[in-house]
Design a protein around this ligand. Structure first.
Ligand code: G3H
Length: 251
């Protein structure tokens, strides 16, 4: 088993064009020798600027969302063709903020994943429970059901291109991190569910990240867990030094 670590920065609705240039001028030289996959997901308006800066570097570009259709009357939306043109390599799908504020459902998440794969984009698919679901004791059932619905009708030949990100909603932007043991327990359950749906081999090779208040001082402990393959980082990815320190967790 050899899963390459992946650290992705989700800037959410932060950073102007100038901020993007300043960040990358500072960040790119620092991470030049890092072997893990590093992905930056800026807002749509900064994708072309970021793509120019990232050309011929070891840092990859991702978008934060996309529509599942190639084009059409969908005011305010961005299609996979547009992301490929930038070019983006990754796209975050089903982030809890999209599910919570923009009415994304397991069904639209599934459509988006299929569309991303069809266009050669690598989906980073987010799943996670609310605090009340955790307190009710239904975390595993909820998260594994999100995974199963996300993967509906996706063939085993394609599933390995997907990256999952387990993000407990109560840990996002709150400073509360799931303990590395709690994160490992859920991520292991996600891997087992993928094993049931496909095969042990597929499950052993798929990358599953943790997200939720990841910082330079907790990344090492998270990455020491057997099933955690990386992190989806929000707030701490906005500062080049702290994001660098997260990417350099194993140096
Ligand atoms: O996509 C990233 C996650 O929502 C985590 O955000 P955070 O690191 O600010 O808690």
């Amino acid at each position: 088993m050899s899963r390459k670590p992946l650290i992705a920065g989700n800037w959410k609705m932060n950073n102007t064009r100038k901020d993007t240039i300043d960040f990358l001028d500072n960040f790119l030289p620092k991470v030049r020798n890092i072997a893990s996959d590093i992905v930056i997901c800026p807002p749509f308006t900064n994708l072309f600027t970021a793509a120019e800066k990232l050309a011929n570097t070891n840092v990859k570009l991702g978008a934060q969302n996309m529509h599942w259709e190639d084009n059409g009357a969908f005011t305010g939306e961005i299609s996979p063709l547009m992301l490929k043109e930038v070019p983006c390599e990754y796209v975050i799908i089903g982030h809890s903020e999209r599910r919570q504020y923009f009415a994304e459902t397991d069904e639209t998440v599934n459509k988006k994943i299929k569309s991303a794969l069809k266009h050669g984009l690598l989906p980073i698919v987010c799943v996670g429970e609310t605090l009340s679901q955790r307190e009710e004791g239904i975390t595993m059932a909820w998260v594994t059901s999100q995974v199963e619905k996300a993967l509906k009708d996706i063939p085993s030949s394609e599933v390995g291109k997907i990256v999952f990100a387990y993000e407990p909603i109560w840990a996002i932007g709150t400073g509360k991190t799931a303990s590395s043991k709690d994160a490992e327990e859920v991520i292991k359950a996600i891997r087992e569910k993928i094993g049931e749906l496909y095969s042990k081999n597929v499950a052993e090779n798929i990358r599953i990240l943790y997200g939720g208040s990841v910082k330079p001082d907790n990344i090492k402990e998270l990455m020491n867990e057997a099933d955690i393959d990386g992190a989806l980082v929000g707030g701490a990815s906005l500062d080049p030094e702290s994001f660098y320190r997260i990417c350099a967790f194993n140096l």
